[in-house]
Design a protein around this ligand. Structure first.
Ligand code: X8Z
Ligand code: ZN
Length: 603
């Protein structure tokens, strides 16, 4: 573990190669390149220390690993936020017109990294590192509980996977409500930590001139906050007529299922997801979980790998299988781990890993494809042409989009038939299939991702929203954007936003998934129409190396190119919801007929 003295020694080394000491006649580009060569080398080493310790803390929660994570975080921020280093980065960026595009991009990334941990406010940075570690540990070590006695002791423990399963399968509204309410208890536990983090994250971001922590995260896209919010709101406007039809269909379907009157807004515990972010299990003709009944979790991850390999990607390295943590902790085991799926690039080199809790159901089939999308992105841009600091997505949304896009392909009927998950010759109602995709993947998801959560986090940081207003604002947005209401009033004693992992440990970044949702249909459309010459609603990527070549041409560039240029180059047009709306056009017509005479909307 590097200590502060090591960091100081390294910084002195950097000063030695700084522009002030440069050889006469050496141009700024070569000086910047010399600087970046050392910066990148150190970046990789410090990243590995920090990421490795976070991995340990997330896969085996406890005070010892929290301590390691804090130490790793300190080493990382001592490097990235070092004032001397920042002085050099600033100097080069002030003369950016003399520098190549690749050099500028590296400096811009290094700048954003410094803004996460400015060395000018070391106490605040340290406090933030500790607060992030504490919040992560509280969240990942939390035990969900279905029943408590009067003293608050848990009488019936439950895993996050089991909560999700019950919310998809249970037809008993009382039980659903209890399960949903138990899933929200964690919010109260995390509320004080989130309040502390709101303050610290904003303090850190403002030090280098960003309006808020939200603005700092948005800067990764090269956009202002207003531009980002306008983009998100535009996507919601585009899909709104379809969303209203889908919402109407869903509330009538659910009211019939539970024998209740049709509500205006959908009660949150009626839906098959803790946050109502996806609405699985509503289409009776499409029982996706049934496809995996005779499979085991290992099969699911191997099948996802096989799909990528069939397109010409290499098999995952042996170390992926040795070091990843892919399955739930066995019953009776007392190790605690983060229950949310993630993919890690531990050393920005060949050490790639995933953290999941895979079980044999549809949700984990999709998630496995999603996580391997990150892994293949890591593997594709890990090459000498991509400087270490640019070994990341064209933007964060791109990183989320690749596995998502492969998931669309993995749910296509011809593919499922080819790999034997669907019996050849079994009648499949393509409209019901499309309806299920809109409910469980896309159209139900966008108002949550671009609306509720992104607007909440915007207000949390941009407006410094006080904690006593959080829950009210959260449910106001749930209502406005999603047409979802709480089963009963959820006052300020609850903190429902903190029940969503990203708000704690991936803050102010959820619009990445909205971006990914729009991007994935655009990429899929290009692949289906221009590469495979198959209909986007029924196509099969399996075995097509030309699809792999197309994807690799995007992935292997990492962040060396502007994301806007990359999209136009790959698909022939700027990012837009057009391909997605075209994909779902037949569904719109079908829903309009189904919903004739029904009461639509909620205000
Ligand atoms: O968080 C994720 C990934 C993380 S790598 C599993 N997703 C979002 C969520 O679960 O809220 C994927 C889609 C939306
Ligand atoms: Zn992801």
């Amino acid at each position: 573990m590097p200590r502060r003295s090591t960091v100081i020694a390294i910084v002195l080394l950097l000063v030695a190669v700084s522009p002030l000491r440069s050889q006469a006649g050496e141009d700024l580009e070569s000086q910047a390149q010399d600087f970046l060569r050392i910066y990148n080398s150190l970046y990789q080493r410090f990243f590995e220390v920090s990421e490795g310790s976070s991995w340990e803390a997330s896969t085996d929660v406890g005070p010892l690993n929290d301590g390691k994570r804090i130490a790793g975080g300190r080493a990382w921020s001592a490097f990235t936020g070092d004032p001397e280093l920042l002085g050099r980065i600033r100097y080069f960026r002030e003369h950016r017109e003399e520098l190549s595009a690749l050099t500028q991009r590296q400096l811009d990334k290094a700048w954003l990294e410094a803004a996460e941990a400015p060395g000018s406010i070391p106490r605040i940075v340290e406090e933030r590192i500790e607060a992030e570690a504490e919040q992560g540990s509280l969240q990942d070590g939390y035990q969900y509980c279905l029943r408590r006695n009067a003293e608050g002791e848990c009488l019936e423990k439950v895993s996050a996977n089991r909560i999700d399963e019950l919310l998809v399968d249970s037809r008993d509204l009382d039980q659903r409500r209890k399960v949903w309410e138990s899933s929200k208890e964690i919010g109260k536990v995390l509320a004080p930590g989130l309040a502390r983090l709101q303050r610290l994250r904003n303090q850190v971001a403002r030090e280098m001139g960003y309006d808020s922590f939200f603005a700092l995260q948005v800067a990764d896209y090269g956009m202002t906050v207003d531009e980002m919010m306008e983009m998100l709101d535009g996507w919601i406007r585009d899909i709104w007529p379809l969303y209203i039809e889908l919402h109407t269909w869903a509330k009538y379907k659910l009211a019939e299922r539970y024998g209740e009157p049709v509500p205006d807004r959908i009660p949150a515990h009626w839906l098959g997801n803790r946050w109502g972010q996806s609405w699985p299990g509503l289409v009776d003709a499409v029982d996706l979980d049934a496809l995996f009944e005779d499979k085991n979790p290992e099969w699911i991850v191997r099948q996802a790998e096989d799909f990528y390999v069939s397109m010409g990607f290499s098999p995952l390295p042996a170390t992926f299988w040795q070091r990843s943590d892919l399955y739930p902790v066995p019953v009776g085991g007392d190790r605690k781990k983060n229950s949310h799926a993630s993919a890690w690039h531990i050393n920005l080199g060949d050490d790639v890993r995933s953290l999941m809790s895979v079980e044999n159901n549809a949700q984990w089939f999709g998630t496995s494809h999603h996580e391997l999308g990150h892994i293949y992105y890591y593997m594709s841009y890990t090459r000498p042409e991509v400087p270490v600091v640019l070994r990341t997505g064209a933007n964060r949304g791109f990183h989320e989009g690749i596995g998502e896009q492969i998931s669309i392909a993995a749910w296509q009927v011809p593919y499922l038939q080819q790999v034997g998950l669907l019996e050849e010759g079994r009648e499949v109602d393509s409209m019901q299939w499309l309806l299920n995709e809109a409910l469980s993947e896309t159209i139900a998801f966008l108002p949550w991702a671009a609306g509720t959560i992104s607007h909440f986090e915007h207000d949390l940081y941009e407006e410094n929203l006080p904690p006593e207003e959080w829950n009210q604002r959260w449910w106001a947005y749930k209502s406005k954007y999603q047409g979802i209401e709480a089963p009963s009033t959820r006052g300020g004693e609850y903190c429902d936003p903190a029940t969503k992992t990203h708000i704690n440990d991936d803050p102010a970044q959820y619009y990445d998934y909205a971006f990914a949702t729009v991007l994935k249909y655009q990429l899929h459309n290009t692949i289906a129409k221009k590469i495979l010459h198959q209909p986007p609603n029924a196509c099969n990527y399996y075995g097509h190396e030309e699809v792999g070549d197309f994807l690799r041409s995007i992935l292997e560039q990492g962040a060396t190119r502007d994301w806007r240029e990359l999209i136009v180059e790959a698909t022939g047009e700027p990012l837009s919801t057009r391909p997605m709306m075209e994909y779902f056009a037949p569904l719109m017509e079908w829903l309009q007929k189904e919903n004739e005479g029904r009461k639509k909307g909620w205000d």
